[in-house]
Ligand binder design. Structure first.
Ligand code: PCA
Length: 323
């Protein structure tokens, strides 16, 4: 057989056998390798690879190394990357529904966060679908708590303090507290503190640990005000191009990743608070005054959100409270 005939034979075999199509998926994610979200996604990638005999092979590019956090969604929408992860509330300017998990004290425990996700999932996946994106799964960070440089019992002590924000809601909360917010990506937290751009933040104990918060803050006030989620989505045309078996394998692994991620998140809450304490941080509960002010702010922000989100928002809250 001539070389030409052999090559033609191979080409015919490839075309006639869709199971041989190779899907190498580069997956941009915003957070570092030590973060449980990233570890959960690595396991998801392993499970997809295994279930498809390697025909869907996901390579995770963590910590914004392939696309910066702010570019990941558009990269997937435009097909520059087939699949990606972002913080859901990053998209709140596009549709208020993406911000429903970042309203202080609306859903502050895992049970409440789960009920809120049940009530909002269809709206979130519908809003993604409009952009040609298919939602695969979402996983919450542990409750958001304050990292400060001194013991704060009176809300007035926070006035004028510079504050690291990571989305619109954290920025708004800071404004309502009289603080001075600056948006900083999680990976840039240590530099933002060490160069004096910020002096406080609200985030999970997980991000506190991964950014070594004890190096530049001393007090952790355990308010656990909300549980913002990361979500993983895929370009819908890329998903459509898979075989039925491959698509089913991806969806099954996604379901498993969501369940596993929520468990990992729950487990992190206590272990990472303990790690902060072990590293020398003072862990304390909020004073009554501070708790009252934060809860007032939560109500203001819930009203503002509802005004923006209109009927769709009201329907989510109704379903949530009915749960
Ligand atoms: N960590 C991320 C988002 C919420 C969280 O707990 C961050 O601080 O950027």
């Amino acid at each position: 057989m001539t070389i030409r005939a052999t090559l033609t034979g191979c080409a015919v075999a490839l075309i006639s056998s869709p199971a041989l199509a190779q899907n190498d998926w580069d997956m941009p994610t915003p957070y570092g390798d030590a973060v449980f979200h990233t570890q959960n996604i690595m396991t998801f990638a392993d499970e997809v690879r295994e279930a498809t005999d390697g025909s869907v092979d996901i390579t995770v590019h963590s910590a914004g190394s392939l696309f910066a956090h702010g570019q990941i969604k558009d990269s997937v929408r435009r097909g520059l990357a087939p699949i990606g992860e972002i913080l859901m509330s990053q998209l709140v300017n596009e549709n208020p529904v993406f911000g429903v998990d970042s309203i202080p004290f609306l859903a502050a425990s895992y049970e409440e966060a789960e009920a809120l996700w049940d009530a909002s999932r269809d709206a979130v996946s519908g809003a993604l679908e409009e952009q040609g994106l298919t939602l695969l799964f979402a996983v919450p960070w542990p409750g958001q708590s304050l990292f400060l440089r001194e013991e704060v019992t009176e809300p007035a002590q926070l006035e004028g303090v510079s504050f690291r924000a990571y989305n619109n809601a954290t920025e708004r909360m800071a404004q309502l507290l009289g603080m001075i917010p600056t948006q900083v990506e999680a990976g840039d937290i240590p530099t933002a503190f060490s160069t004096g751009r910020v002096a406080s933040m609200i985030t999970s104990p997980s991000t506190g640990v991964s950014s070594q918060a004890w190096d530049y803050t001393s007090h952790f006030i355990d308010v656990q005000a909300w549980l913002p989620k990361n979500m993983v989505f895929v370009n819908a045309s890329v998903m459509d191009a898979l075989t039925d078996e491959e698509r089913a394998a991806v969806l099954e692994a996604a379901e498993a990743a969501e369940a596993r991620g929520w468990e990992m998140s729950r487990a992190e809450t206590d272990t990472q608070i303990a790690a902060l304490e072990e590293a020398g941080m003072v862990v304390m509960q909020p004073s009554d005054e501070l708790a009252a002010r934060l809860s007032e702010i939560g109500e203001i922000m819930a009203d503002e959100w509802l005004e923006e989100a209109g009927e769709a928002g009201a329907a989510i809250l109704e379903a949530y409270h009915a749960d």
